[in-house]
Design a protein around this ligand. Structure first.
Ligand code: ATP
Length: 439
């Protein structure tokens, strides 16, 4: 049956709330604009997205190590990175209706999208997107700190520490997942653009002469990550930035874009940041940040290739890509066809009825499966409705315990996409699921 692309947005927002993926933050106080909380199911999806990124970027490689750097940092870090002067968006106000916009995102820079008035915009003002606060009780300029607007600078400021402690040499990378904060002028489209969000970034330090080659390599690797996790080929594209679009630090950038209901938009940027950041931090901090090969005597400042993705934005893209509706026996079945590695729950354990004689064996099955996989357990409602509920949150396998289980020590395993059912002995259940739920 499929779903109209225009409708997907509303359906996913609705499902997110109804099933516990994403809630508006501070909802009981009327909601805090553009801020979201990840519910019991959403937190699992988000963790799985991050876990899959970490697995492919850190666990399965010997040339990348991890880091978890502080969110608060002193102004000098942002002076060096260029964020204090360059991390701005052009802000315009409509004189007619008072609405605010990012000038560079306006379809027609002469017409207000809110009230339709022509030539009503003020001159653009450069607005810095960093959140500033104060550390300690005294609110003066000496106590100013910033919430990081990207995780990347933590990798540059720790370059020397990692080099000295990890025995890595270029080409090697430092990866980090964590929260970033940007005072966006126009947040919106659900969790696509929020003021508080999570990023998954990796800085890959290479000998300068190899940077173009590594840039191409990482564009390919990162595209494959999304495809390998089941994102549809037609939902993704790699877009090369024009030279006038490049950030102040970048020699080349390509974006991985997803076909959102409102059009193509960015999931991840892959940039060749050259030696800009290390040089800047070396200059402002007065510490040398270079690679020194004690064997060959070679010294150089590595160039950096950065794949920078958004975890929260990517989780939403996976939700949209996986959302499907099918007609089954004259009824609409909503199903999230998520790759099982991303599914919040891998298995749902469902006693056919609430009768006592089924609850005990069901709890035993749950005890057997729970150490291996994230499991849901549900004994309410008719079995058909419980299957539909699991379909809607993308659970790949439902295990049903029925009255025959007491006799034959076997259960019914239902697969989400095909809805086919297998009768499996409880003794073989873990093996059966293990061979299908490979990480
Ligand atoms: P944009 O041009 O859309 O503001 P950007 O190019 O500045 O984004 P980057 O600085 O490259 O974004 O950040 C890397 C990734 O972090 C983005 O591709 C996106 O997935 C995520 N990201 C950036 N800003 C936000 C935000 N406000 N909300 C959610 N995710 C974000």
């Amino acid at each position: 049956m499929g779903v109209n692309k225009e409708e997907i947005f509303d359906k996913v927002v609705n499902l997110s709330k109804r099933r516990g993926f994403i809630f508006q933050s501070a909802e009981i106080y009327g909601g805090f604009r553009s801020t979201y909380d990840y519910g019991p199911v959403g937190v699992l999806l988000l963790r799985n997205v991050k876990e899959q990124w970490w697995r492919s970027m850190v666990q399965l490689r010997q040339d990348v190590v991890g880091l978890d750097a502080a969110i608060l940092s002193p102004p000098s870090v942002w002076e060096a990175s260029g964020h204090l002067t360059n991390f701005t968006d052009p802000l315009v106000d409509c004189r007619e209706c008072g609405s605010r916009f990012r000038e560079d995102k306006l379809e027609d820079p002469n017409t207000c999208p809110s009230c339709g008035q022509k030539s009503s915009f003020t001159e653009a003002r450069q607005f810095n997107l960093m959140f500033k606060t104060h550390a300690g009780p005294v609110i003066d300029s000496a106590a100013e700190v910033y919430l990081r607007p990207e995780t990347a600078q933590g990798m540059f400021t720790n370059f020397g520490n990692v080099l000295n402690t990890s025995r890595k040499k270029p080409p090697f990378g430092i990866a980090q997942i964590g929260k970033s904060f940007r005072n966006e002028i126009t947040p919106g489209n659900f969790v696509f653009r929020t003021r508080e969000f999570e990023q998954m970034e990796m800085e890959y330090f290479v000998p300068p002469a190899e940077s173009d080659e590594w840039f191409e390599y990482w564009c390919g690797e990162r595209m494959n990550w999304y495809l390998n996790l089941g994102m549809k080929t037609e939902s993704l594209r790699l877009r090369v930035h024009e030279s006038d679009e490049l950030s102040h630090y970048s020699k080349a950038t390509s974006d991985i874009e997803f076909s959102f209901p409102w059009g193509w938009d960015e999931l991840e940027g892959i940039a060749n940041r050259t030696d800009f950041d290390l040089n800047q931090h070396a200059q402002i901090s007065g510490n040398k940040l270079e690679y020194n090969d004690s064997g060959t005597g070679e010294r150089y400042v590595p160039h950096v290739i950065e794949p920078a993705a958004g975890a929260t934005r990517t989780a939403m893209a996976f939700l949209m890509d996986a959302y499907d509706e099918e007609e089954v026996n004259g009824e609409v079945r909503t199903v999230l066809k998520l790759d099982h590695r991303l599914s919040p729950y891998k298995v749902a354990v469902l006693p056919l009825s609430k009768k006592d004689e089924l609850i005990e064996p069901s709890k035993q099955v749950l005890d057997l499966l729970q150490p291996n996989w994230m499991c849901d357990y549900d004994q309410t409602q008719a079995i058909g409705r419980r299957y539909r509920r699991q379909d809607e949150i993308g659970t790949p396998y439902c295990v049903t315990i029925d009255f025959e289980t007491i006799e034959d020590n076997a259960v019914t395993v239902r697969e989400r996409d095909s809805m086919s059912q297998d009768r499996i002995s409880i003794n073989e259940l873990v093996d059966y699921l293990s061979s299908r739920l490979v990480s």
